[in-house]
Design a protein around this ligand. Structure first.
Ligand SMILES: [Zn+2]
Length: 341
């Protein structure tokens, strides 16, 4: 069994796709970037904007006889800083183009403003769903401190959903799969049955369906847009990927390659169903805020994890509300969830 990841990576290497792991300061550990030996010479994702990451990336490229200056195309899978952070630095040094799903381009160009708007949005969600003020302030401070691990990037090749990114030796179908983030994009090489999947599907952890400000909402808009139903959006994306029955190998943004995506996706669906049932049981005793539900499920988590767990709970509440099994009760600006009568 232990040979399986190695065999999968060997198969990817045969297809000219080489894994270069890059360290991140986050709990998730290394981010997987992929060097694609093709014309243009392509790198999928870049790692966070950090000296040790740049160093690791340079050493990884050198193992394949390449330098940063050789890169011709940098592809960004989604907006999270462990994937996009070094894009602009690499592009500046190499003259490479930067490609990403078109809806991400305006946000990536104004990364700092985008993050600021996202924080304002997250703060409103946290207030509405019962996160105490001291914790919200701590989280926003943390977010500020993290921010420079990302950086603005000018997307010179915006990609339309469903279009093909044509390299000399391969065509990559661009598929928008929002859920983990609003910009998640996977790249399908149908000829080789390989998908570059980034954080859409990860083997050892369930990708958090993080509640993020919709990319369609203008960054400068004062009014905060409605909260997207991130878990439902994510499950729709997973169903679309599950239906891709010619896929044999998914190369993810973290951890080992996925060789049986249908089984893994079915496991994720079962996990979400179980968790929704647990939450339904909890609100049946008395109405609770999403924060109280997160505490009941996971206890007092580290501040850095509070928004992730809140997003999880809200995702499951959205499923229960959509199924007609729960209702939102709004009182003094705070939302509590109760079983449907
Ligand atoms: Zn990631």
């Amino acid at each position: 069994m232990d040979d399986e990841p190695a065999a999968a990576l060997a198969r990817a290497a045969e297809a000219g796709i080489h894994l270069i792991p890059v360290p991140t300061p986050f709990q998730v550990g290394d981010v997987n970037t992929y060097l694609i030996e093709d014309d243009p010479l392509t790198l999928l994702d870049s790692g966070p904007n950090m000296g040790t990451s740049l160093d690791a990336l340079e050493r990884g490229l050198a193992e394949h006889g390449r330098r940063i200056e050789d890169l011709e195309l940098i592809v960004i899978s989604h907006q999270h800083m462990d994937h996009l952070g070094l894009s602009q630095i690499l592009a500046r040094r190499s003259g490479a183009e930067i490609a990403a799903i078109d809806v991400l381009a305006p946000w990536a160009a104004r990364y700092d403003d985008g993050m600021e708007s996202d924080d304002t949005f997250a703060n409103r969600i946290m207030t509405e769903h019962g996160i105490p003020e001291d914790m919200r302030i701590a989280l926003l401070t943390l977010s500020h401190a993290y921010r420079s691990w990302g950086a603005a990037a000018t997307v010179t090749r915006p990609l339309a959903n469903g279009s093909e990114l044509q390299l000399r030796d391969r065509a990559l179908r661009v598929l928008h799969r929002p859920g983990h983030s609003p910009s998640d994009t996977i790249f399908h090489d149908a000829q080789r049955s390989i998908v570059l999947g980034a954080d859409h599907l990860i083997k050892h952890i369930s990708s958090n369906p993080l509640i993020a400000r919709p990319l369609e909402a203008p960054i400068d808009e004062i009014e905060t847009p409605d909260r997207p139903h991130a878990l439902q959006i994510y499950m729709r994306s997973l169903r679309a990927t599950r239906a891709m029955d010619d896929v044999e190998l998914i190369l993810p943004g973290h951890g080992e390659p996925v060789t049986d995506h249908v089984t893994l996706i079915d496991e994720r669906f079962r996990m979400h169903e179980r968790r929704a049932e647990n939450i339904h049981r909890l609100i049946s005793e008395h109405p609770l805020t999403a924060y109280e539900l997160a505490q009941a499920l996971w206890g007092d988590v580290a501040v850095a994890q509070a928004y992730l767990t809140l997003s999880e709970v809200l995702g499951h509440m959205d499923l229960l509300v959509a199924a007609g099994r729960a209702v939102e009760q709004r009182d003094d600006g705070v939302v509590r969830f109760a079983p449907a009568a």
